[in-house]
Design a protein around this ligand. Structure first.
Ligand code: GLV
Ligand code: MG
Length: 319
């Protein structure tokens, strides 16, 4: 994870129309919150939701969580007002704007330019507000590379399975779950495509919602599938999904310890004192430069999650 790698294991959706939920969300252990102006808010409730969100951001205590607002997509009559009202009212208390239903790079460029104007008008650092881009259609997916590259503000690429399934006529209503007629993971290609674009452009890849909020095992299984590929986190729609997400998208203690051990051992053995070796044995495993890179990924995720190692590498001479 690079500079944009603030932990986003759990990204909690909070409807902007509900002051009660905007209040409660502040105390929950999610890495990120996104205050929603889009599909969780009815058209007639959107103006009040904008005001609720500005108040929650400027007056609330979000305790170090990434603070994101999801605006409406660029084809709607609401998008420009969402961006202007929320960013003018709370730009200094906002980390990112999430843009849904991104279909091509022009959508991101519109948001980038609008944010620049607002930041200049408010005297905020230009580029300070990031962008999260949701991929929710066939067109968005085929353009995902250009979308990821459209602005240095882009921090995450997010899969939006519900809208995506509708966009491609997928015959299922169980969002995020496997389909009994398909002998594999119907989302595998989409997830991998998003992940490749995200990694090629040094962005985070975030999995979307699992709608059966009482089925924690189902949530965990879906999260494990995208975490296994390399995704950084997943949306959570209910407090009961937060801890499972934080756990699934963090390395296990065993993997974290092993990764730190590999890094230490490799550093020692490649040094003068360790014999300047390029490939070494660590227990039963051969470790080389590629292993170091893999270990670095796991170690970085563990460190970002605040994990503490429980074992140390001891050079053989000192053992
Ligand atoms: C999220 O926005 C989705 O459509 O799944
Ligand atoms: Mg959607």
């Amino acid at each position: 994870m690079g500079a944009l790698g603030r932990p986003r294991r759990s990204c909690l959706a909070v409807p902007g129309s509900s002051p009660k939920m905007l209040d409660k969300a502040q105390g929950l252990p999610a890495d990120q919150v996104f205050l929603d102006l889009e599909d969780a808010v009815a058209p007639l409730a959107k103006p009040q939701a904008r005001r609720n969100i500005v108040a929650a951001l400027t007056e609330g205590d979000w305790g170090g969580k990434a603070r994101v607002v999801r605006v409406n997509d660029v084809t709607t009559p609401w998008a420009y007002r969402d961006v202007v009202e929320v960013c003018e009212g709370a730009g200094a208390a906002l980390d990112c704007v999430m843009l849904p239903k991104v279909q091509d790079a022009s959508h991101v460029r519109w948001l980038d330019l609008t944010l620049t104007q607002i930041e200049k008008a408010l005297g905020l650092p230009v580029g300070g507000i990031g962008i999260e881009a949701q991929i929710e259609s066939a067109r968005g997916l085929v353009n995902v590379d250009a979308i990821a590259a459209a602005s240095p503000r882009v921090e995450t690429i997010i899969f939006g399975p519900a809208d995506f399934m509708a966009s491609i006529n997928m015959r299922s209503l169980a969002v995020g779950a496997l389909h009994p007629d398909y002998p594999g993971d119907p989302y595998h290609y989409v997830l991998m495509r998003i992940l490749m674009a995200a990694r090629a452009h040094d962005k985070q890849a975030i999995d979307g919602p699992y709608l059966q909020i009482r089925d924690v095992d189902g949530f965990r299984a879906a999260a494990r599938r995208s975490a296994a590929l390399g995704f950084d986190g997943k949306w959570v729609l209910h407090p009961g999904q937060i801890e499972p997400a934080n756990e699934v998208y963090s390395p296990s203690q065993e993997d974290y310890d092993r990764a730190e051990l590999i890094l230490d051992a490799y550093e020692y053995y490649t040094s003068e004192a360790g014999g300047k070796l390029g490939a070494v044995m660590l227990g039963d495993e051969m470790v080389d430069e590629a292993s170091r890179k893999m270990a670095m990924v796991v170690a970085a995720k563990g460190r970002a999650a605040g994990m503490v190692r429980t074992s140390r590498f001891t050079p053989p001479a000192a053992a």
